[in-house]
Design a binder for this molecule. Structure first.
Ligand code: FAD
Length: 409
């Protein structure tokens, strides 16, 4: 049998029709896969992009954010509104609401789901922000200009608070830690962001925990009572992998699928990509679980290359990205590239109380990460310097007037 015939008879099934699932299906076609590609998604909507949900879609500036992909023309079979319930690798079969689906190769791309605040399930006016349906439920809430309490000053909390202020709502953000983005950034970097909340007119309450939510009010553990026409919970997300229980596919400490450097799982013919999977980073020497858009764009190319490579006996593609994400909050464009550890040295470019600044993380004399606020050129150059592992001159790098690419040793 020729390679072409073998390939054209293979059936790839992708579970999850978000960014990572769609990009996997598209990358397979772009890279010349001729077999069957089936994309199964639980949500009934045409596959869509999530970042606009906390930005233009929320504010009604965009109707939706469906991907501009002609699935039919690409020969990608879409099965929407169909939840995958389990997988039996020994039989090469998925179980779905509408019965079993056989596969030759399976790609897990079920993303993440928001962590819920215990005890508030079913209380009227409590919202999450993960799906198009969530965003559509929140639009009229913003339009009514309620008092809004946001639980969690992470990325989603900050973006939602930004939109709610823009819509004219009174916003209080309740955060258990001592600062915004406590899980992502060290105190000295997050400190200037506290002022962003105040400047926008939002109230940020740190060291504050939600004790209870009642209709119309949030009660904090210090006894205070916040009026709340609506409550938006943004306390993080966890991989949507409960459906893999008992499948034999290895899950990690955060419930994520443990993939290898080619995004293969512990089970043959099963790959995992996007928010649901972690991978070993050769570059950073640790396993990374990345919940950002660029990872759901880049990872699928490696998955597709390896699916094709296995059919043709080519060498394995390795996934070792410089992670990247952006956030739009309080009128600022915030971008981060790389991955930093507590032991890395921080170096500032510019005044963090001003509108535009960058903070760099260095290990020895190499740039390993940077956060750029309103300095997209720093981000673009820094990302390339991280990728190349170029030695830097710290004194030159600290001068914000000097392009980063001109601060090499
Ligand atoms: C509101 C919001 C704003 C964001 N903004 C930014 C941003 O500005 N910058 C940035 O870098 N990142 C941002 N992100 C993160 C980014 O959108 C995600 O990293 C990306 O969507 C991950 O893609 P994914 O395909 O892995 O997962 P998902 O987008 O979660 O897609 C997974 C899909 O699988 C489906 N699914 C789950 N379980 C099953 C099942 N059992 N059966 C069938 N289908 C299933 C889900 O319904 C979902 O549609 C944002 C995320 C959100 C929620």
């Amino acid at each position: 049998m020729s390679e072409q015939t073998t390939q054209s008879q293979r059936k790839v099934v992708v579970a999850g029709a978000g960014m990572a699932g769609v990009q996997t299906a598209v990358a397979l076609r772009e890279q010349g896969f001729t077999g069957t590609v089936t994309l199964i998604g639980a949500e009934p909507h045409q596959p869509y992009d999530r970042p606009p949900l906390s930005k233009a879609v929320l504010l009604g500036k965009a109707e939706g954010s469906a991907f501009d992909v002609d699935f039919e023309a690409l020969g990608i079979e879409l099965q929407l509104g169909r939840e995958v319930l389990g997988v039996r690798p020994a039989d090469h079969e998925l179980d779905t609401e509408a019965g079993p689906v056989p596969y030759d190769v399976l790609v897990l791309a079920t993303g993440a789901e928001p962590i819920r605040l215990p005890g508030v399930e079913g209380v009227p006016g409590v919202h999450l922000l993960r799906t198009l349906d969530d965003a559509e439920r929140l639009r009229p809430v913003l339009a009514r200009q309620h008092d809004i309490v946001v639980v969690g000053a992470g990325w989603i909390g900050a973006e939602f608070a930004t939109a709610a202020r823009e819509a004219g709502c009174a916003v209080t953000v309740v955060e258990a830690a001592d600062r915004p983005l406590a899980g992502a950034l060290p105190a000295e970097v997050a400190a200037p962001m506290t002022a962003w909340y105040q400047d926008s007119g939002a109230v940020l309450r740190t060291h504050a925990r939600v004790e209870r939510v009642e209709p119309g009010a949030v009660l904090l553990d210090d006894g205070s009572r916040l009026p709340a026409g609506a409550v938006v919970v943004g306390i993080g997300a966890r991989p949507a992998t409960a459906w893999l229980a008992g499948s034999g596919i290895e899950l990690g400490a955060h419930g994520e699928v443990v993939a290898d450097d080619g995004l293969r799982t512990s089970v043959p013919d099963v790959y995992a990509v996007g928010d649901c999977a972690s991978f070993p980073s050769g570059r950073y020497g640790e396993r990374l679980l990345v919940h950002h858009w660029d990872n759901a764009l880049q990872g699928p190319r490696t998955v597709a290359a390896n699916i094709l490579g296995e059919a043709t006996g080519e060498t394995s593609a390795v996934y070792d990205p410089v992670p990247y994400f952006w956030s739009e909050q309080f009128g600022r464009f915030v971008q981060y590239a790389g991955h930093h550890a507590a032991a890395d040295t921080t170096l500032w470019r510019g005044d963090p109380s001003g509108p535009a600044w960058t903070v760099c993380w260095l290990k020895d004399d190499r740039l390993v990460a940077l956060l750029a606020v309103g300095r997209p050129r720093d981000l673009a150059q820094g990302r390339r310097l991280i990728e190349a592992g170029t030695p830097m001159d710290a004194a030159l790098l600290g001068d914000p007037a000097r392009p980063m690419k001109a601060a090499t040793a």
